[in-house]
Design a protein around this ligand. Structure first.
Ligand code: BGO
Length: 270
């Protein structure tokens, strides 16, 4: 089980509740970033929990992001418990979409529900769950609320991989498709993650380029250049920007359908 979330979403609080004193702190290999592991005991079983570094995204811009995403891609955890701050859902869902896009088995702990309530933010949990294609469990880590439900959802034998597809529009979708095929043809055993690699390459992700050793595959490199050129010619900007914009647009649609903000009298007078 991996815990993923933005900084300050309540991830450490949840980790402590789930693992109690059964914790071990070390370092991620080769770096000085702290690695926290623990064990959740539930109904006679033990579940290993890895607390991933808090990140806003799974790009390649920081050690934390690379550690978190490498763990999800390479270690393939049975479940990624994505802790989402209910008071800051737009920003938090950016990471969620990336986890879903990676094909991770995600369960959302929608934390800080007390704060959301205080701020007049009301979230349609069922609808949010349906829109994202994953289970969403409301929690208040501070008061240990929703923990049993979260444990049940995260230790269930059936955790679906979300089927939602982010629609990047025809032009980018076609280039992702083309590039995925080229990845599968050039690099062995990539069929399950070729689409994700294609998106990362179009995002100009240097870490992925190095990891797959792009220089070794001139045909694939050529294909990437062609795809990038088509996107730039058709849309007028680079793939990276187009992809980020589309993710935010999907989030905006989800939020407008699932979140209601009550304006307080005080706010409406200002
Ligand atoms: C302090 N509700 C509320 N209201 N607060 C929560 C909840 C919740 O559901 N969950 C966590 N918090 P971390 P990351 C603090 O530490 O777990 C609080 O970064 C304080 N500390 O108690 O650390 C939690 O691991 C002094 O708050 O998050 C913590 O993801 C004054 O959110 C903060 C006020 O939680 C971050 C708060 C000395």
């Amino acid at each position: 089980m991996a815990l993923a979330g933005n900084p300050n979403c309540g991830k450490t609080s949840l980790f402590n509740i789930l693992t109690k004193a059964r914790q071990h702190v070390g370092n991620w290999p080769g770096v000085t970033v702290e690695k926290k592991e623990g064990t959740l005991k539930y109904e006679g079983n033990g579940y290993k929990i890895i607390d991933l570094p808090g990140t806003y995204s799974l790009g390649a811009y920081s050690e934390d992001e690379i550690i978190a995403r490498d763990f999800v891609v390479n270690e393939n955890p049975d479940v990624v418990v994505n802790v989402v701050d209910a008071t800051n859902i737009e920003r938090n869902l950016y990471l969620t979409l990336q986890l879903i896009e990676m094909g991770a088995k995600v369960v959302i702990a929608l934390n800080m529900m007390d704060e959301a309530d205080n701020k007049g933010i009301s979230i349609d949990i069922k609808k949010l769950s349906k829109k994202l294609g994953v289970k969403v469990v409301p929690t208040v880590a501070l008061k240990q609320q929703g923990i049993e439900e979260l444990i049940k959802a995260s230790t269930s034998d059936i955790i679906n991989i979300s089927k939602i597809k982010i629609d990047y529009g025809d032009i980018i979708n076609n280039q992702i498709e083309e590039l995925s095929k080229s990845i599968e043809m050039n690099i062995k055993n990539t069929s399950s993650k070729s689409k994700w690699i294609a998106i990362k390459l179009l995002e100009n992700d240097e870490h992925i380029k190095n990891e797959i050793n792009l220089e070794k595959y001139p045909q694939l490199k050529q294909k990437l250049n062609t795809c990038n050129k088509i996107i730039e010619d058709e849309l007028g900007f680079e793939g990276e920007m187009a992809i980020v914009n589309e993710r935010y647009s999907v989030i905006s649609d989800i939020v407008s359908d699932t979140v209601i903000r009550k304006t307080s009298n005080k706010e409406s007078l200002t």
